[in-house]
Design a protein around this ligand. Structure first.
Ligand SMILES: CNc1ncnc2c1ncn2[C@@H]1O[C@H](COP(=O)(O)OP(=O)(O)OP(=O)(O)O)[C@@H](O)[C@H]1O
Length: 191
């Protein structure tokens, strides 16, 4: 049985797929705040957004934000996708992530969502500049997923997202930099 880190939310057993920083301890945390992160995957391409402000500014990511009081994570994911990319999609939960960043009051409890179709027109918003990327090699019109310009954790779990596997993990970051001191990721297996 995998040694799942504190804070990681999952419903089925997990097998480890990546880990690092074995010589450091998981940082203790007191409070968590729920966030969402949503992706559209279609015909060998993935929709990402360039974050123009706030947490993760200057990085490419899925579309998401804080779960507001009275909302479920699924409702928040749909609202944030509409607010940040202008589209609606039948999102399904595909994973969870937990992040600790020193100096922030709350650790991040993030629910990840994916859909293979959407409706509406993809638009740039105040917060995000959306763009399609190839899920494989570069193509004539699409660049590959820009891992070097994404959160350092993404390279470990996006392959699960692309493979249709449910995943969960945790990463502890240094303050004010996109560097992980300790991380653990796993995918769900049948109980
Ligand atoms: C540390 N490693 C990380 N790796 C991958 N993704 C990460 C992340 N840390 C935060 N995220 C995502 O970043 C968005 C922040 O949300 P953020 O825009 O700040 O929230 P929200 O829109 O509610 O804020 P406003 O109050 O509107 O500014 C949200 O999707 C959240 O899932």
């Amino acid at each position: 049985m995998a040694d799942v880190p504190p804070g990681v939310v999952h419903s089925e057993p997990l097998v480890e797929t990546a880990s690092g920083g074995a010589d450091v301890k998981w940082t203790a945390y007191e409070k968590t705040k729920q966030y969402t992160n949503a992706f559209i995957l279609q015909d060998g391409k993935i929709l990402l957004g360039y974050k123009k402000r706030g947490i993760g500014e200057g990085l490419w990511n899925g579309f998401g934000g804080k779960v507001e009081p009275g909302e479920t994570p699924a409702q928040a994911a749909v609202r944030e996708l509409k607010e940040e990319a202008g589209i609606e999609a039948p999102l399904r939960e595909c994973g969870t992530l937990f992040f600790h960043v020193p100096g922030l009051e709350n650790a991040f409890d993030i629910r990840l969502f994916v859909a293979n179709e959407y409706s509406g027109e993809i638009i740039e918003t105040d917060e995000m500049r959306p763009r399609w990327f190839s899920t494989g090699d570069a193509t004539a019109d699409l660049e590959p997923i820009p891992y070097a310009k994404m959160w350092a954790d993404d390279v470990y779990w996006i392959p699960h997202l692309l493979a249709g596997e449910k995943f969960a993990g945790r990463a502890d970051f240094t303050a004010d930099s996109n560097t992980m001191t300790k991380y653990w990721f796993g995918k769900e297996v049948e109980a």
